[in-house]
Ligand binder design. Structure first.
Ligand code: FES
Length: 190
C-alpha cells in the first residue's frame, strides 16, 4: 500500500494492511485495492502545537476493529479502536501474573468528563525489547501473537489487547504516550 500526503511528496510504502499512516497536517488518501480505508483528516492545529511536535487525532474517524498508525516525533503511535471482546479480554487479565503489572484502566486517559473510553487504546508502537515495530491483527484477518494484540517479529514478543507484554523477551508493556482529550473525540499527543 502506498500513502500519499498532500502537503508533501512523501510516499510511504506499507507492506502490511494493519495500518495507515497519517502525516501531521495532511489529508491522507490510501489506495490499496479492495480495502475500504477511510479518509482521515487531522483537525486544525495551532502553529505552537506543531512547533512543539504534538499531533491531534480525531478518534471518531477510527472505526471499530481498526488501527491507525500515526507518526509522532519520528515514532509510530498506534490508535486502536478496540472491539468489546478485546476490551473484555484486556480487563479480565489478572495483573499479578504480568511481567509489567498494569490494569487496562491504568493505560487509558479520561475524557473531558472524567470518564475512560476503553474502546480507544493509544500507545507508542515500539517494542520495549530492542525497538522493532510490533504488528497487530486487523479485523481478525491476520491474527498476530498469542494474546490477540500485537506481536513483535524481531525476537517474538507477544502483547495483549491492552498492549501489555505477555510472552517473549520484551521487559515492559508498550508505552502510553503523553496525551489528553481536547474535545469529546479529539486527543492531542505530545
Ligand atoms: S525488538 Fe521486539 S522482541 Fe526484540
Amino acid at each position: 500500500m502506498s500513502v500519499h500526503t498532500e502537503n508533501s511528496h512523501e510516499v510511504i510504502d506499507e507492506d502490511k494492511r494493519d495500518f495507515i499512516y497519517i502525516a501531521t497536517g495532511t489529508v491522507v488518501a490510501a489506495g490499496a485495492a479492495g480495502l475500504a480505508w477511510p479518509l482521515v483528516m487531522q483537525m486544525g492545529k495551532a502553529a505552537d502545537t506543531l512547533a512543539a511536535g504534538a499531533i491531534e487525532i480525531d478518534l471518531s474517524k477510527v472505526v471499530e476493529g481498526q488501527q491507525l498508525k500515526m507518526l509522532w516525533r519520528g515514532a509510530p503511535v498506534f490508535v486502536r479502536h478496540r472491539t468489546a471482546a478485546e476490551i473484555a479480554e484486556a480487563e479480565s487479565v489478572d495483573v499479578s501474573d504480568l511481567k509489567d503489572p498494569q490494569t487496562d484502566d491504568e493505560r487509558l486517559v479520561p475524557n473531558p468528563a472524567g470518564k475512560l473510553e476503553p474502546q480507544y487504546l493509544v500507545m507508542v508502537g515500539v517494542c520495549t525489547h530492542f525497538g522493532c515495530i510490533p504488528v497487530a491483527e486487523q479485523n481478525k484477518v491476520k491474527p498476530q501473537g498469542e494474546f490477540g494484540g500485537w506481536y513483535c517479529p524481531c525476537h517474538g514478543s507477544h502483547y495483549d489487547t491492552s498492549g501489555r507484554i505477555r510472552k517473549g523477551p520484551a521487559p515492559k508493556n508498550l508505552k502510553i504516550p503523553p496525551y489528553e482529550y481536547i474535545s469529546d473525540t479529539v486527543i492531542k499527543v505530545g
